[in-house]
Write a protein that binds this ligand. Structure first.
Ligand code: REL
Length: 822
């Protein structure tokens, strides 16, 4: 007991110390390192023989120090130039800087040997003759060194988004680094990055008309900015933009050379094997992109890329689909496709063997089971053991597959391709970034636990305004333990504090939490209540629900307006880009829709006009014109009318009087249980911020626990119990689930029981595609129900049993028929 109390005390002290002891201060204690004192900035030294990325990072650090303090440190690229003052020494293990410090015993590099992308930041006394003190940033490899440098940048107050979202750092007079050693890395996920996709409405026109017209669009200038951002976010991989009209990444050799300099691993999307960007690069007729009829032509096309790019660090996508995001041409049946894919794997690996590395199993390669390809994998496709299998989500944030115990033995491991933005059926969402971080957390945490630890790629659309989710995804990939169910809401507070200062952090975090919650009910891009190609019908919101939703959005918008004057002048652009525009635009889009549905066309049009004006500001004066052509309102929809109607203002369906109720419903938010009992191998736990009803949704942990045997549910399954009053008569329990996929198979299972009554298994068949899936991902809910039989009037207890992990419960609804006439 005493040891336990001491442990708790130690924990409390370490937490308190952490909070009260930031490692960068403006005053400094005796042995702290003066990065910038009141009189001077310490010079930054590296060895020019180190990798190019180290030089980039050091120069960026010099600029960052100046951004914060107004003093620009000198940058020196050789140890010979060491001055007799405190210096920052930056180097990679095996290089002269690290060797000098290690051989004199000034740093202990043991933890870095053989580690991936790890670093130490240490204050060192008398590091070399004549130098009184140093701050050593030593990486296990060049990216590790660069991550260490950018870690320091962030700690002195420079947001990774200082350029991409105009986040101005707070000004400081001096910067002291607390004495001691900090160690970070290796990352939880080895390769972590983004896919720039559907850039046609933002990044490509912006690059072509505003930022780098000289290259006709996204090119070396934009990629340089992106590579720097990735390093600041401790990411290492990029799938480049690839839509028609965008210059293909390798159409300009400077792009790949820059990726090499910034040590960014290049890949190509799930649909584009072997580093090709087909829409811009396949010059023969589309029909010739067919492995059955034109194997030589296709192989030559791939081989050419390996000849020019094989010496860079790449993660090769294997397999083959159509030219863009479509089925592979050629074979007519799935068994034929499976057979051909296996042949393609062998041929692609032979190319890699001859051009990249004779030990092909050492070349990073992935196979992405996207869309129809997952079906082929499930039909027995054999993927070479060292090739990473990348599971896809269903384009709406729900991971479709998780590796089983047998699969987890593969040498190549697993990854995830995850959408934070999507162009396609049933409806696109390319405009505002509204996926709740809590959903990203629940899904990616589960995928990680199930072995997806080798590569994570997020489709971030054209990046803006997906900054928050992009960062959250990459933070998880860097350190999977950083965000947990017990500290998840802290992410938004920390983010807001870093970007806008501590004084407004909790209010901003609360506004953004509200934004995610309301938009999870319907994304702003999905404000119609029927699926494409169906007849328009009423939204399904009752008059009261619609009014409540509108009121909540209006309150959010007003909170943004109230805060705006208190945001410093230098933060105004960041505020607009990260908070004011997304929140206000989502509110106005809802206002337009709900007023339209009410038949209040004047109010709908007024909201529409405000939305236009707000978006115009983005594309004209924001940040002095820096972002002209970057923001399209509901992008795809205006140009792809088949997806939906952008400015629909329907007649007043919702104003029709609601039909008289025939059922009595009692709603129980899943997190408002009266008792919780842990199971034999899993427990129910809250995922804060997920769902529609309570403070969050309930799911099972561990996320990959084995299912409970159907005969042992009452004994072994974790249980939540809810006290409820029922009338006499028939009763049903409806369970509202977040539309996740099961860990295995195609059925989500749980069970309910009333009082001491029988345990009733509740099953939901989860099929990819189809109408139910589509409605499920637009509503972010799937409902399943079970009869509870005839009950007596009075107090009862409803038990909810977790039969298998992967089930996420938002609420329970108990329904009973109302007696006629009531
Ligand atoms: O989101 C995806 O992964 C795919 O749909 C994309 O590869 C594709 O470019 C899509 O945006 C449609 O054109």
């Amino acid at each position: 007991m005493l040891r336990f109390l001491l442990f708790i005390l130690a924990l409390a002290l370490s937490r308190a110390a952490g909070a009260a002891d930031p490692w960068i201060t403006q005053t400094g204690k005796a042995r702290d390192f003066a990065l910038v004192s009141r009189t001077a900035a310490a010079p930054l030294m590296y060895d020019q023989a180190d990798a190019a990325v180290v030089a980039h990072a050091v120069r960026d650090l010099a600029a960052d120090v100046e951004r914060v303090t107004g003093r620009r440190p000198e940058v020196k690229n050789s140890l010979q130039q060491a001055p007799a003052t405190p210096v920052v020494l930056v180097g990679t293990l095996g290089g002269s800087v690290a060797d000098a410090l290690a051989s004199s015993g000034k740093i202990d590099p043991t933890a870095l040997h053989g580690a991936w992308e790890s670093f130490i930041i240490a204050t060192v006394e008398a590091p070399m003759p004549g130098v009184p003190r140093a701050l050593a940033i030593i990486g296990s490899d060049p990216r590790g060194t660069a991550f260490g440098v950018y870690e320091l940048s962030q700690a002195i107050g420079v947001s990774p988004w200082y350029w991409w979202a105009d986040v101005a750092p707070a000004r400081k007079d001096a910067l002291y680094v607390a004495a001691g050693t900090r160690r970070l890395g290796p990352p939880s996920v080895k390769y972590r990055g983004i896919f720039l996709n559907d850039e046609d409405w933002g990044m490509q026109p912006w690059a072509a008309k505003t930022f780098e017209p000289e290259h006709g669009g996204i090119g070396p200038k934009t990629y340089t900015r992106l590579f720097e951002l990735l390093l600041r976010l401790k990411a290492n991989t990029l799938w480049p933009a690839m839509h028609p009209g965008t210059p293909p990444f390798n159409s300009n050799p400077a792009n790949a050379a820059l990726a090499g300099e910034y040590a960014i691993v290049m890949g190509s999307s799930h649909a584009e094997p072997m580093l090709r960007n087909n829409v811009g690069e396949w010059k023969e007729p589309a029909a010739a992109y067919n492995y059955l009829t034109n194997r030589d032509g296709v192989l030559k096309y791939w081989d050419e890329r390996l000849a020019t790019n094989g010496s860079y660090e790449n993660f090769y996508t294997l397999g083959m689909r159509g030219i863009h995001d479509s089925h592979m041409q050629g074979p007519k049946t799935d068994p034929e496709r499976v057979g051909l894919l296996q042949k393609i794997f062998a041929d692609q690996r032979a190319l890699l063997e001859s051009r990249v590395n004779p030990q092909v199993e050492q070349v990073p390669q992935l196979f992405c089971a996207y869309k129809e390809v997952l079906g082929l994998y499930r039909q027995g496709l054999e993927v070479p053991d060292d090739v990473t299998i990348m599971w896809p989500d269903d384009n709406f944030g729900y991971v479709r597959n998780f590796a089983n115990a047998q699969e987890r033995k593969r040498a190549g491991g697993f990854g995830v391709y995850y959408h934070l933005s999507y162009l396609g059926a049933p409806m696109s969402y390319l405009w505002l970034s509204t996926t709740p971080p809590a959903l990203v957390w629940e899904e990616m945490n589960r995928a990680y636990d199930a072995g997806a630890q080798r590569i994570w790629i997020a489709n971030v659309g054209d990046l803006k305004p997906a900054e928050i989710n992009t960062e959250f995804f990459l933070q998880m990939a860097w350190d999977i333990k950083r965000w947990r169910a017990d500290n998840l809401p802290q992410f938004l507070t920390e983010w807001a504090g870093r970007e806008f200062g501590a004084a407004h952090a909790s209010e901003i975090a609360d506004i953004m939490a509200g934004y995610y919650r309301l938009n999870y009910r319907r994304r702003p891009e999905h404000l119609q209540w029927w699926l494409p190609k169906e007849q328009p019908r009423a939204s399904g919101w009752t008059v009261d629900e619609a009014a409540e939703r509108l009121a909540q959005f209006t309150r959010l918008r007003e909170r943004v307006e109230a805060l705006a004057p208190r945001i410093g002048e230098d933060k105004r652009d960041a505020w607009f880009e990260l908070v004011a525009y997304p929140v206000t635009a989502a509110a106005l889009a809802n206002q337009r829709f709900i007023e339209g549905e009410r038949g209040n066309l004047a109010a709908a049009r007024a909201a529409d006009a405000r939305l236009d004006k707000l978006t115009d500001y983005w594309n004209t004066d924001l940040a002095g014109g820096k972002w002209r052509h970057m923001m399209a309102q509901e992008p795809a929809d205006r140009q792809w009318p088949s997806f939906r109607l952008a400015k629909w203002t329907p007649p007043g369906y919702a104003s029709e009087p609601p039909a008289p109720a025939t059922m009595r419903s009692t709603v129980l938010a899943a997190d408002r249980f009266d008792a919780r009992r842990a199971g034999a191998s899993a427990r129910w736990q809250l995922v804060p911020g997920l769902g529609h009803t309570g403070a969050g949704a309930m799911t099972l942990f561990p996320a990959t626990a084995a299912p409970v045997h159907p005969g042992r549910i009452a004994l072994d399954a974790p249980r939540l119990s809810y006290r409820v009053r029922l009338d006499a008569g028939e009763a049903r329990a409806e369970v509202h689930l977040i539309p996740t996929y099961p860990n295995a198979g195609s059925v989500l299972r749980l069970a309910v029981a009333l009082d001491d009554g029988p345990v009733r298994l509740v099953e939901l068949e989860v099929k990819d595609g189809g109408k139910e899936w589509a409605q499920g991902v637009l509503d972010n809910v799937r409902t399943v129900s079970a009869a509870l039989g005839t009950v007596a009037a009075g107090q009862h207890t409803l038990h909810l049993y977790g039969v298998e992990s992967g089930v996420v419960v938002d609420k329970l609804v108990l329904t009973q028929p109302l007696p006629a006439g009531r």
